[in-house]
Structure formats: C-alpha cells, structure tokens
Design a protein. Structure first.
Length: 260
C-alpha cells in the first residue's frame, strides 16, 4: 500500500490555493483529511505537542487516517536532555487509536557517519522500542550498505528523499530496511537550499510531471518490498505540495492501477 500526504497541513499561505477563504482553522485538518489519508507533522520538531492537541488530531480525522510525527529537535539535533519520554506520552492517543504511522527522526547534515552516531541511533531505537521509527539522513556518507544493514538489524526504516543534486546531499535512491517504506519530496531548489532568509524558501519548488515520473522505478521497488509506503511532499509553500501529490497520484495509479 502507498499512502500520499504532505509535510504539515497548517499553513496560512494555503488559504486560497487549497483551503477555502471562509474555512476556520479548526476545520483545516478535516478538510485536508477528506483528500489525503496521511500527514507528516513537523510541529512536533519545534515543540512536543500536548496530549490534548494530539487527541484533537485524532478526533478530527477518519478512523483509517495515519500520522507520521517528526521527533523533537532535542532528540535529533541537540542530542542532549532528550525528550523521549515526553514524546511517547504525547503519542499515546495516536497509538491507542491506531493512527500512528511512524516517528520520523530527521538528523541534520552535521550528523556524520561515524561510530559515535551509530551508537546514538541504537539509543534512539532503544528509547522508542516497539514503535515504528524511520531515520532521515542529510549527509550522503550514510548512503552505503553498512548503513542499510544496520537499519535492518535494528528495525529502523530508511527515509528516501528527493532533493537538490548538490554535493554531499542524499541521492534519490530507494531502500527498504523495515516494514515501512518512506519518501520525502523536498523539492529541487538548489539556489536556496543553503542560502535563504526564511526556512520555507528552501522548499519553494514546483515539480514537473516528468520529474515525478523519474521515481517510478523506485516506487516499484518500494511497493514490492514494504507492506506500507508513506510518501510526503515537503515543498509546502503556497500549497505546491498538494499539487505534487495530486500529480504523483495520477502517475502512480496510471502505473499500478491502484495504490493499495
């Protein structure tokens, strides 16, 4: 099964391009869930959500809806005073409702391929034991068989990415290291990837149909190797991620007949 969604849903600049202008913010998630059956939440990277907030997400989505939740920055970037316990407590309503797709641990480019960081990944796996966990690397040195073998041994999913073809960044390749396949489309805005005034500028990119079709061989591999593949578009500025997923759905249904 392949599920398509976007990285985040609560953007003011989606009003007009996606959300009707008279729709209240409280209704954005139900409106989103009427078209997509999964979402990746980035808000948890900046602050661990309260249980009440998570219960609200559960209440406003269909029973089959899945949330992927980004690990808090204390876990992936600061790597001290980690919020493992707080994260697990916050995720309890998702677990109880069966709506947790996975936890995404997205590490920065400065998270280098070395023995110390392999040990840290073991710690993250231990702290989130029993929970579906996917690792996103930003440094291309991690893309090697040793990494994939390690992820498989520790039941850690690998996050496949599409991003600018810049030196040192992760190439667009497919790998399945757990029961979950995972893909993030970041856009190919190479001009503003490293140099930008606002974070959203890095992801201001509109994919062409031809660029998305380049991923068909990768999706064939993911679909055959993983029971569930979660695919998120992170080029969210002004709803471009919605456009990306609508185009990708057309491509995938045309290729496979169904996403199931």
């Amino acid at each position: 099964m392949i599920r398509l969604g976007t990285s985040g849903f609560s953007y003011d600049d989606w009003v007009g391009p996606f959300y009707p202008k008279d729709l209240s913010k409280n209704q954005w998630l139900p409106y989103y869930a009427a078209e997509f059956d999964t979402v990746e939440l980035n808000v948890s990277y900046y602050r661990i959500p309260s249980r009440r907030m998570v219960e609200g997400w559960v209440a406003r989505t269909p029973d089959t809806f899945l949330f992927s939740v980004k690990a808090h920055r204390s876990i992936t970037h600061d790597r001290k005073d980690q919020g493992f316990d707080q994260m697990q407590e916050a995720l309890e309503p998702l677990l109880e409702s069966g709506k947790l797709g996975c936890i995404l641990a997205q590490f920065p480019y400065s998270f280098h391929h070395n023995a110390e960081n392999y040990e840290y990944l073991k710690l993250v796996r231990k702290e989130f034991w029993g929970l579906p966990l996917v690792i996103e690397f930003r440094n291309a040195r991690w893309v090697q068989e040793r990494t994939f073998d390690f992820l498989k041994e520790n039941d850690l999913g690998y996050c496949c990415v599409d991003e600018p073809k810049l030196r040192g960044l992760i190439p667009p390749a497919a790998a399945v290291t757990s029961s979950i396949g995972y893909v993030r489309f970041h856009g190919r805005n190479s001009e503003q990837w490293w140099e930008h005034e606002h974070a959203w500028q890095r992801y201001d990119y509109r994919y062409s149909e031809e660029e998305l079709e380049e991923w068909l061989p990768h999706f064939t591999k993911l679909k055959s190797a993983a029971p569930l593949t979660l695919v998120y578009a992170n080029n969210h500025y002004k709803g471009k991620s919605v456009e990306t997923q609508r185009t990708l759905q057309k491509i995938l249904v045309g290729e496979f007949g169904t996403l199931m």
